[in-house]
Write a protein that binds this ligand. Structure first.
Ligand SMILES: Nc1ncnc2c1ncn2[C@@H]1O[C@H](COP(=O)(O)OP(=O)(O)O)[C@@H](O)[C@H]1O
Ligand SMILES: [Mg+2]
Length: 510
């Protein structure tokens, strides 16, 4: 019952020696082609690879075990047809120690082999999620208790600012969240220290270059782009043979008055220079661009909606009721959304934003410093018991592989060069669940920085489930936007056929 691979799947199996991103929905055979690709790499061609020259990363241990088993089965199938093949015979042995693994297990392996590089006691034990959550909550609890006892004015101001009222669990949660966010970054401390400046503004003009304001307006801009597209969809419905043609004139007017500026300078060039999520640009717009977006949004307050003409059944018997309603409902939803956006922006004039940021500046700095102090305590507590949590595994692994410099850049260490020589290709399943740490780690082990792309990534952006580990689907999206079909260095292949539903149907029939 060999699978008949589709043309696109075959391309995935045969492409070699460059970065490949396979993007497709669940059930389209991503994992199946990943497994088949591995099997072919270790059994076909002039110089088939040894399986231990591949690094295969999955997101759960169960998935890793299943993958190992499927590869082993494929190898023994091929051996049955070609019993004298010594290379295949060797794969049967090698597969037991091959790196088909989760990122955490790989980091753990890496640390056990390189502990002396970073002064790590090799007898470390890795805590599971529950254990580390309990321990970190304990440390934070007693840390905050001390802070309250010492009653430092900066601390009390911070607590009062972020968590007014008597409930101090709010502050606890803010510190814990900030800490968790930092730990999904390659350099948590460096990242945290940068956050100190997030609300810092000297003048009213400066609010427009702040990360905080730009995040807000870019988020809104994306919503507006979406509404703009919905207007185009509605107009398309109006143009259909049984569509409510009579709505078209008003909808065209409204689309133009609400969203026309999206297609004009200077907003136009923000979008044109960037194909992914606009949020990635937060903090990098210049003041003029940000001001233009701000004006566009606050200008929506003046937009007026007309009345859709009545298209009664008697006079317009050919117009579909359901199409009429679809357009009406969508337009009503947009109207509501616009009203809520205007509510936010008209009230918070630039002055108000300025004063809000000024007021939050000191408390934010204190919050960051508290988080840094707590992080240090938690680190000490773990050191004392020689315990690591999951983010530690990744961060210590990074330290084995990279030297980090003051300015936030990093350079590979000897261990990285060794892994680069060893692994011929790095294959990653469920790539949409990567975070910045994993991305840097795997890129460092790849030979990308030496000009030889050797990463194979499969994923589905609609399926980002590991939110608790702060997956950043943008990592996937960025490649999705820049990789191209048949590109000799960075190729994107979309699989568009779905098999799971069909095979599940067959399963239930059989
Ligand atoms: N070309 C194909 N023909 C028939 N079945 C296929 C084909 N490609 C994949 N499948 C089957 O579809 C199912 C889903 O594949 P899987 O690799 O798990 O998808 P994904 O990883 O994209 O969710 C599996 O049972 C797989 O064997
Ligand atoms: Mg899969």
């Amino acid at each position: 019952m060999a699978i008949q691979f589709t043309e696109k799947q075959t391309r995935v199996l045969e492409a070699r020696d460059h970065n490949i991103l396979v993007s497709a929905a669940a059930g389209s055979g991503k994992t199946a082609v990943l497994v088949e690709r591995i099997v072919r790499m270790i059994s076909e061609g002039e110089r088939p690879l040894d399986i231990d020259r591949l690094l295969v990363v999955t997101f759960t241990r169960a998935a890793a075990a299943q993958m190992r088993e499927r590869i082993a089965r494929a190898v023994s199938d091929r051996l049955r047809e070609d019993p004298s093949n010594a290379h295949l015979r060797r794969q049967e042995t090698l597969i037991h120690n091959a790196q088909i693994t989760t990122i955490d297990s790989f980091c753990s392996y890496l640390l056990r082999n390189n502990f002396s590089e970073i002064d790590l006691d090799p007898d470390f034990r890795v805590m599971d999620q529950t254990e580390s959550e309990l321990m970190s909550a304990d440390v934070l609890d007693s840390f905050l208790e001390e802070c309250y006892q010492q009653a430092d004015p900066a601390f009390l101001e911070c607590a009062a600012y972020f968590c007014p009222g008597s409930d101090d669990r709010g502050l606890q949660k803010m510190i814990a969240d900030l800490y968790t966010m930092s730990s999904s970054r390659p350099q948590p401390e460096f990242w945290l220290k940068q956050r100190r400046e997030d609300y810092h503004v000297e003048s009213k003009e400066e609010i427009f270059t702040s990360l905080w304001l730009q995040t807000g307006i870019l988020q809104t801009l994306e919503q507006l782009e979406d509404m703009d597209r919905q207007y185009s969809d509605m107009l398309e419905i109006c143009g259909e043979p049984d569509g409510p043609e009579g709505y078209a004139a008003l909808l065209t007017l409204e689309q133009d008055s609400l969203f026309g500026k999206l297609r004009q300078e200077p907003v136009l060039s923000i979008r044109q220079g960037h194909s992914g999520s606009l949020l990635q640009l937060a903090g990098s717009l210049d003041a003029e661009q940000a001001k233009a977006v701000w004006d566009l949004i606050s200008g929506l307050g003046g937009a007026s909606f007309g009345r859709l003409p009545a298209l009664g059944k008697k006079r317009y018997p050919n117009v579909s009721e359901s199409k009429k309603n679809r357009v009406k409902d969508r337009r009503a939803a947009i109207k509501t959304k616009i009203a809520s956006i205007c509510g936010k922006y008209s009230e918070s004039s630039a002055d108000l934003v300025f004063h809000t940021m000024r007021a939050a500046d000191g408390p934010l700095r204190e919050l960051v410093d508290l988080t840094l102090a707590y992080a240090e305590r938690y680190r000490q507590a773990k050191r004392e018991k020689n315990l690591l949590d999951f983010p530690d595994l990744e961060h210590y692994a990074l330290q084995v592989l990279l030297d980090f410099h003051e300015d936030g850049t990093c350079t590979p260490r000897p261990a990285a060069m060794e892994y680069r020589r060893h692994f011929a290709e790095i294959l990653i399943d469920e790539y949409q669940d990567s975070n910045d740490v994993q991305e840097l780690l795997l890129r460092t082990i790849s030979t990308e920085d030496e000009g030889r792309n050797n990463r194979f990534m499969v994923g589905d952006v609609k399926q980002s489930i590991y939110k608790f580990r702060l997956a950043r689907p943008e990592i996937f999206m960025e490649k999705f936007d820049t990789y191209r079909p048949l590109d000799p260095r960075t190729e994107r292949i979309d699989l568009d056929q779905n098999f799971r539903s069909r095979s599940q149907v067959l399963d239930s029939v059989n």
